[in-house]
Design a protein. Structure first.
Length: 256
């Protein structure tokens, strides 16, 4: 075990130097020392508010567009032994796809790509409506021998002309991306660093770049109180909580 940990640490150092992600590496180490807690009030709120995909799409007045990533595709394109790989990126893809299809955003923003299940679902919807572009930020898994190899592997080449991917920590990439392209974003999907402080910083960074109408999805809101606190500044009609399998996603829909 000690030898294995040494090898992983060495691989992390090597990849950090190779990719120039020094700040990201040290933040990652510090993040392992912190632990968020979810209050009883927040947990009860999430549970009481939770609905399934069909219920929320109906509440939103959205057409449910069927979309599914086959497990065989995940296995082959991700170069992993099974769909239960430690890499994420395939949660509630049908819901994400339907939302993008109905919203028809000109510019979308995604934090957290991994294998690219959500990326694929967004780009596929944009392709169907023949409109829009997706900007994504992802921090590679620095402990993997080839940390960039599996990022976005589920995304077919035919959809990549609508996609811009930047690698690094959201705290660095998002401000740079927002200032470089100067777009207003209508659809945003956050599935990156789940810590409260990271979500808070992300929210502070993007508020000035939100379109007049916008739709935001936060993954894994049950991890802490961030979404619970954030939703208090909105009319309850604009807030939705999706329960997908054993995960909870928070939705802010301000489209009117």
């Amino acid at each position: 075990m000690l030898f294995r940990n040494f090898i992983l640490f060495f691989v992390c150092i090597y990849n950090t130097v190779k990719l120039g992600l020094y700040k990201s590496f040290f933040r990652k180490i510090l993040s392992q020392l912190s632990c968020d807690k979810t209050s009883v009030e927040a947990r009860e709120y999430y549970l009481s508010k939770a609905k399934n995909t069909n219920q929320i799409l109906k509440d939103l007045g959205f057409v449910n567009i069927d979309f599914e990533i086959q497990s065989d595709d995940i296995t082959k394109k991700s170069n992993v032994k099974s769909s239960r790989s430690k890499m994420g990126g395939i949660t509630a893809t049908s819901f994400v796809h339907s939302c993008v299809y109905n919203i028809k955003p000109s510019y979308s923003l995604e934090c957290g790509v991994s294998r690219g299940g959500s990326t694929f679902s967004i780009l596929s919807a944009l392709d169907k409506i023949n409109h829009g572009h997706l900007f994504s930020s992802d921090l590679p898994y620095l402990w993997k021998r080839n940390p960039v190899a599996n990022i976005g592997t589920l995304v077919p080449d035919s959809l990549r002309h609508r996609w811009t991917l930047v690698l690094g920590d959201d705290r660095d990439t998002i401000p740079n991306l927002l200032s470089s392209y100067n777009h207003k974003y209508t659809f945003i999907h956050y599935d990156s660093d789940k810590r409260y402080i990271s979500r808070k910083i992300f929210w502070e960074n993007i508020t000035s770049s939100l379109d007049t109408k916008y739709f935001i999805i936060f993954d894994d809101i049950m991890d802490n109180d961030h979404f619970y606190h954030l939703q208090k500044s909105y009319d309850p009609v604009n807030i939705h909580v999706l329960k997908h399998e054993n995960k909870f996603l928070g939705v802010i829909s301000k489209l009117i």
